[in-house]
Write a protein that binds this ligand. Structure first.
Ligand code: PGA
Length: 233
């Protein structure tokens, strides 16, 4: 694991952008993308750049069950706003949260990932050590699946909804088996609320209880942390 300590999320976004630019110069094709507050500075860097994504494909990690792509709280909408409306891609994929048959949607999504192996995967991390919406206890062998969100995740994300009742309690998530197949992974973590999860990701024995610990087994991962998130390292 390579760990890069930065001053704040603005610098972190720049570092992640530089890593991406370097990989794109080498000719990578498929990006694995994440939502949430963490990658916002990274997307800002991309929006302000002249980097061309018209030959690139993106595959997002997850989506809330029940939300359509034009719902303002959906991750699809987030991606449109933060990136896709600004930078045209050859193709972009986000799990369909309002699919009628969720199992079939998981199969469809796995086929997309299989046909477009991910070169460069962006990750945030949950306070409980989740990656994507692979919550504690998730098997490392899973591909795309339906997840019951944990109280910790509901607590962290409910602020984006008008009320907790409106926040979906289930999500579709790419599985850890798929994440681990990415050629390169860049995980970003900012703020004190992530410090414990970051410490465990790096130092705890690999355990399903802290899903991000499995990243210790990946041979090309960079972790970008600000001073607060790195405080126990
Ligand atoms: P955040 O979420 O970037 O909004 O903190 C990260 C995550 O839960 O994976």
């Amino acid at each position: 694991m390579e760990i890069i300590k930065v001053k704040d999320s603005t610098e972190g976004g720049k570092v992640a952008f530089d890593l991406l630019e370097k990989e794109m110069q080498k000719g990578i094709k498929v990006l694995g993308l994440a939502t949430g507050s963490t990658p916002e500075t990274f997307y800002e860097q991309i929006r302000n750049s002249d980097l061309d994504f018209s030959n690139m494909i993106s595959i997002n990690l997850d989506e809330y069950v029940g939300l359509s792509s034009d719902d303002k709280n959906s991750y699809h909408y987030f991606m449109d706003e933060k990136l896709f409306n600004h930078k045209p891609f050859e193709a972009t994929y986000v799990p369909q949260g309002d699919a009628e048959d969720l199992d079939q949607e998981c199969v469809r999504y796995d086929k997309i990932i299989e046909e477009n192996p991910i070169d460069f995967q962006i990750l945030g991390i949950g306070r409980n050590g989740h990656i994507g919406f692979n919550e504690p206890g998730s098997s490392f062998d899973l591909q795309t699946h339906v997840v019951d969100l944990t109280p910790s995740t509901i607590e962290a994300n409910k602020i984006y909804f008008d009320s907790e009742d409106q926040m979906p309690k289930k999500a579709l998530s790419m599985g850890i088996a798929s994440i681990l197949k990415s050629q390169k992974i860049v995980l970003m973590a900012y703020g004190e609320s992530k410090a414990d999860a970051v410490k465990k990701t790096v130092q705890h024995e690999v355990s399903n209880d802290i899903p991000a610990t499995i990243l210790q087994k990946h041979d090309n991962i960079t972790i970008i942390v600000d001073e607060e998130a790195a405080k126990y390292l």
